[in-house]
Design a protein around this ligand. Structure first.
Ligand SMILES: [Fe+2]
Ligand SMILES: [Fe+2]
Length: 359
């Protein structure tokens, strides 16, 4: 771990020197460190940019700036990370202009890019243009002893997708709302689950598995679609493996959980944070009891809880070092004695920094 801290400090110092006032990086840098025979390596995680067109060439500046900042700082990491994951919701309303604009910003990344499908990318044209830009919506790859799986977890029932809404725009708008009762639960679906079963059949149970999804592959809060309807069926396919990590976006907040052998870590957005569902008093919350809520005393402090993660998969388990833009870093690490992730550095309210003037 000391090696990891040193590395991060160097990275942060490099960023501060290059871009002035920055002391933390708004990206998710993921470190996979192994004590055994595997090579250590890092990858960077950027998620939920929500690039939003206002009109013509005019886009919401804050969301643009979040993604630009993440990309610029990802390029400063030394040594360079092996690849970049983008965790979905590149666009706000799935428009070609939004995907093109976000894609242009992402094109400045110096590392190879892998992408996850988000519901904001999908429900306008059902992923057609996104797939032209980024290829398959679910796939796997192996990298330095780790098996990585990317799933499209934001599909839903055919009736909702193909028949309920008169226009593509309305379908997109209905799915884009946080607490819209007309929304529909996300799911991976039988076709992808069958693909996943076949994909995993080739993998040794000792191989660490890292799964990327957009929605959590666990049931947290249905009212906000922090939910994947067939989560248990996906989890069952992952249970035979010794160490499984699911990393997801969509929730725009720090969450973690342990279900059986599967460790769950969310990543933060570059756009805005969502509050925790406990703050929504109209319905019962299913947020896992292990999760420590963020300190967000000021709901207008919009950059609190946006940022990036440095994740160390030591012995195949994730330790996520959350670097918040305008708050103290937090670490959620797998504790081998307790067999679950624990929050090692929960931020106290008195540690909060003032928002930076340019955000
Ligand atoms: Fe999002
Ligand atoms: Fe999302």
């Amino acid at each position: 771990m000391s090696k990891l801290i040193t590395r991060r400090s160097v990275m942060a110092a490099g960023a501060a020197g290059a871009v002035g006032t920055l002391t933390t990086l708004p990206i998710s840098m993921v470190r996979l460190a192994f004590g055994g025979t595997r090579d250590d390596f890092t990858f960077t995680y950027i998620s939920d940019a929500h690039i939003q067109q206002i009109k013509g060439a005019s886009f919401v500046r804050n969301w643009d700036m979040g993604l630009k900042r993440a990309v610029a700082e990802a390029n400063l990491i030394q040594p360079e990370s092996d690849f970049v994951m983008f965790g979905g919701d590149l666009a706000q309303l799935g428009k070609k202009d939004e995907l093109d604009h976000g894609g242009e910003i992402l094109s400045h990344l110096s590392s190879k890019l892998h992408c996850v499908m988000g519901e904001h990318d999908y429900y306008f044209d059902l992923g057609e243009y996104w797939s032209k830009l980024y290829g398959p919506q679910y796939y796997s790859f192996d990298h330095k002893g780790v098996h990585f799986v990317v799933l499209n977890s934001i599909l839903t029932f055919d009736e909702w997708t193909f028949r309920r809404w008169p226009t593509a725009e309305q379908r997109m708008q209905e799915m884009a709302g946080l607490d819209n009762p007309n929304s529909s639960p996300f799911m991976v679906g039988e076709k992808q689950r069958n693909w996943l079963r076949e994909d995993l059949a080739k993998i040794s149970h000792e191989t660490p598995i890292v799964v990327f999804s957009h929605s959590p592959l666990q049931k947290i809060y249905k009212g906000w679609n922090f939910w994947t309807d067939d989560a248990e069926e996906v989890q069952a396919l992952l249970q035979p493996f010794n160490s499984v990590n699911v990393i997801y976006g969509h929730v725009h907040q720090i969450q973690y959980n342990q279900i059986g052998n599967i460790s769950f870590n969310s990543v933060m957005a570059t756009a805005w944070p969502w509050p925790y569902p406990q703050s929504y008093a109209q319905a019962e919350s299913h947020l896992p009891v292990l999760t420590v809520p963020m300190n967000r005393g000021d709901p207008f402090f919009e950059r609190d809880a946006t940022g990036w993660q440095l994740i160390d998969v030591n012995s195949g388990r994730v330790a996520a070092r959350y670097q918040l833009w305008d708050n103290e870093p937090r670490t959620v690490a797998f504790d081998h004695k307790q067999g679950r992730p624990v929050d090692l550095a929960f931020q106290e309210p008195t540690n909060r920094r003032l928002p930076q003037s340019h955000y």
